[in-house]
Each structure stands twice: as C-alpha cells, then as structure tokens.
Design a protein around this ligand. Structure first.
Ligand code: UGA
Length: 447
C-alpha cells in the first residue's frame, strides 16, 4: 500500500519507519525543511533505539522517502496519517490547531486525486480528544467533495521501545465507520498483527479516541496507587517489593507496570491526564480518581527531595541548609532508554536541592544535551557516572538506566565522601546495601 505520514515527530517517524518495515511505500511529510534535510541524510531528530537503522535501510531501498509537500504523494495514497503535535493549551486541553490545519491541507490537495480513486483513508494518529475525528472530517469536507473517510487509530508506543511496540503490537485500535476504511487499516497492520498475535479491535471513532486517554489514565493511576502504597510501606515497616509481588500475582491485577518510583513524567501521562480531566469537566462529569492521581504524582515528585531533607535534618527552615554540600545525580531522563526530560522528576529534584544551597553534578546516558540546553551552568556535568560521584556527599538516582544497576558499588562508595544513597528507582536490595555499609534510602522499603 502507499501511505502519507504527516508530521515527523515521535509518532510520525516511528510510524513511517514501521510501515516501511511492513513492506508499504511511505512518504513522510513535514513543513520543517531543516528536519526533512537531516532525516534524508540519515540523522534522526529524536533518540529512539532502532529508528536510525530503519530510516537508513528503507530510505536506501526507496520504500521510504520524505518531502515538504503532501501534494507529492496524495494522488496515489491509500491512506494519510495525521501525526502532528497536540500540545497542551493553558486550560489543559489538547491544542488541535496543527491537526486541523493538516486536515485543511489534505482537503485542498484532494483535487490531485484521480476522479475514480477509492476514498482516501485519513487517519488521526495524534492523541486527540473525543470528537476530533468529526472535526477533522468537517475540515476536509470544507475543502473538497472527493471521497475520503476519517479513522481514529491511536498509538500505544512507549518511548525507548517504540519500534518494538509498533512492530509487535498487542492490539491495534481502529475507530472507523466503513468496511473500506477497516480493510485499508487491516492491510497496513495485518503483517504485524499476524506475527505478534495482537488483537484487531474495530470500534467507532469516539470509542477509539477515548481508549487512548483511558489507557494512559489507567496506567498513570496504577503508578500513583503503587507509589502511595510504597509511602505507606515505609510508615508501617512493610516492603513494597513483597506487596507488589503479592498483589501482582492476582491475574486481575497483573504484575506489570507496578514499579514504585519518583513519580511519572514524560510527554504523555501528564498531558493526557490534563486533557482527559478537561473532557470530564466539559461534559459535567468530573473524573475524581484522576484528579487524585495528578495530586498524588505532584507529591511523589518531591519524594527524593524530602528524603534528602530528612537525612540532613533540613527541617529548620534555615535559608541554605545544604550549602557546601555536593550531590551526584544519576539519571535525568523521565525514564530509561530515552533522552526526553519533559516533566522529568530530575528537574524538580535539582530545583529543590539548589534552593537548599547544594551543588548537583549530573549524569545521564542520553539526556545530557537536553539538560545543558535547559539548565546551562546551574549544574555540573560529569563525563561519566563514576566521575559524578567523586567527592560528593551522596548519590541520588532518578532514572533506571540498567548501567546504574550494574555499577560497582564498592568503587562508588569509595568515590563518595560517605556511603549514602537516595535511590528513586529501587535498583538495589536494602538488606544487601546495609550489609555493605550503605545508608540506603529507597521507595517503599525500610533499610
Ligand atoms: C506512555 C504509555 O505507556 C504508552 O502506552 C503510550 O503510548 C504513551 O505514553 C503515549 O501516550 O504516547 P511513555 O510516556 O513513553 O508511554 O512511558 P511509560 O513507560 O509509560 O512511563 C511513563 C512514566 O511512568 C515514566 O515516568 C516511568 O518512569 C513511570 N513508571 C512506569 C513508573 O514509575 N513505574 C512503572 O511501573 C512504570
């Protein structure tokens, strides 16, 4: 099949490369000339494991190309995917201006399609509020009377394993009203679904749109829940690892996505929760459990800073109780395997420590450049994660990079002034740390 993928951000690039991998002919479109030039040279604007290789291989074979102009490919396209950004507006809702402007551009370019062409399947892949498919339909229909259909096909990719999630989906959700649109979508995803055994879920567009928000909201709620239980574990002398195992073995609960941590971040959960809360308010249906999830996460993002304050007894309210102290911080990205620092807890932690007078020396495997652009010389940047520890009062861990979990702790302890660790990701077992002479603070376990 031939498709257009409009928008070469995270979702668009992964979809373009993924559909090329499935054997389709893909034209990726973006109005940013610099970005398109870079992608054509084989430089991906985002870090995602495996993406560069797919972009290079399929551009070389000719099945994947990029252009600034969607009229280049619309005549022969079976489908056009809208993958542009939906940033958060000030009131929390998703800003649809880019989605609707692409819809208008598709409408204008429809005149280039042959008169006997089958209806173009226009796919909303950006995360959009319920009702967007209807608005996209109206925006295209305002410009053309050629046949087209609008489908909602939300994506469930996780940053850091997006290629794998795309190629081995556990489900493909397609909100559409006609068999033609369903057949095109099945043709596009069929190969991956067959190989992965994933589910094909056809539904109406509003249900597909709501599925996306509901999935992220439920995952976020799950994390806030386990984080609250972890906090309670610390108060009552329980161990969240055991509690997690105990509840996760109930198949109705399941063992995945139950790791307590320093609060969820990233570009999806925080933004999507706000957008869903807004949908609830607009429909006079407040989503109280989600409001609590957001509030619990706001608190959780302070959890490491609170542990540091308690350890160094900074409750007195003195202006700079950590003045003269220096902390090593391992991990800046909002989770491992990404360079993304949007809504990352590390940023709040750095702010808190700096406001108490401390110096912070940071390390991350992928996010250093993004942090340099954001924080400049407000922190020190370590050449490697061991070096970050040299002469520091304590080590803090905010991101679960596997290299940190495999670090030689004897060596780390030798570089630090004292064997003190604040581990926001529970990378180590408390009893082993205690036996090795560490003062070890983690989430939901008592040392
Ligand atoms: C999330 C969803 O998992 C994807 O299914 C969805 O497609 C994506 O949002 C999106 O809407 O585009 P992502 O934001 O990449 O993906 O990251 P996750 O792996 O879900 O992690 C989100 C946050 O939760 C991170 O801060 C992570 O550290 C935290 N988390 C995750 C935990 O604290 N504990 C866990 O057990 C899992």
């Amino acid at each position: 099949m031939q498709i257009l993928v409009i928008g070469t951000g995270y979702v668009g690039l992964v979809a373009a490369a993924g559909f090329a991998e499935a054997g389709h002919r893909v034209l990726g479109i973006d109005n940013d000339a610099g970005k398109i030039a870079k992608i054509r040279e084989g430089v991906s604007p985002i870090y995602e494991p495996g993406l560069d290789e797919l972009l290079a291989r399929h551009q070389a074979s000719g099945s994947l190309a990029f252009s600034l102009d969607l009229s280049d490919g619309i005549a022969a396209a079976d489908a056009a995917f809208i993958c542009v950004g939906t940033p958060q507006s000030e009131d929390g809702s998703a800003d649809l201006q880019y989605v609707l402007s692409v819809a208008g551009a598709i409408g204008s370019a429809m005149a280039l399609r042959p008169l006997d062409a089958k209806p173009l399947v226009v796919v909303d892949k950006s995360t959009v509020p319920v009702g967007t498919a209807a608005r996209v339909h109206a925006a295209i229909a305002a410009k053309t009377d050629r046949p087209f259909e609008v489908v909602s096909n939300p994506e469930f990719l996780r940053e850091g394993c997006a290629i794998d999630d795309f190629i081995r989906p556990d489900r493909v959700v397609v909100g559409c009203r006609t068999d033609h649109a369903a057949a095109v979508m099945k043709g596009l995803y069929g190969k991956f679904l067959e190989a992965s055994g994933g589910q094909w879920l056809r539904m109406d567009p509003p249900s597909a749109e709501l599925t996306k928000y509901a999935a992220n909201a439920m995952l976020a709620l799950r994390i806030s829940f386990i984080n609250e239980i972890a906090g309670l574990c610390e108060k009552v002398g329980a161990d969240v690892d055991f509690v997690k195992q105990g509840i996760g073995s109930d198949h109705r609960i399941g063992k995945f996505f139950l790791n307590p941590g320093p609060g969820f971040g990233g570009s999806c959960f925080p933004k999507d929760l706000q957008a869903l809360l807004k949908v609830g308010r607009e429909n006079a249906h407040p989503l109280r459990a989600l409001e609590a999830t957001v509030e619990a996460n706001r608190h959780q993002k302070q959890v490491l800073a609170l542990k540091v304050r308690a350890h160094y007894d900074c409750a007195s309210g003195a202006p700079a109780p950590l003045a003269g102290r220096r902390f090593a911080l391992w991990g800046l990205a909002f989770k491992a395997h990404t360079d993304d620092i949007r809504e990352a807890m590390s940023m709040e932690l750095i702010d808190s420590l700096a406001s108490l007078g401390a110096r912070v020396v940071v390390h991350d495997f992928e996010a250093m450049e993004n942090v340099k652009a954001k924080l400049g010389d407000r922190v020190e940047y370590a050449a490697d994660f061991m070096e970050a520890c040299r002469g520091a009062d304590a080590l803090l861990i905010a991101t679960e990079w596997p290299q940190y979990a495999a670090a030689d702790l004897e060596k780390v302890g030798g570089l630090l002034k004292a064997k003190v660790m604040f581990d926001g990701r529970n990378l180590f077992r408390p009893e082993a740390m205690k036996a090795a002479g560490w003062t070890y603070h983690s989430i939901g376990r008592v040392t």
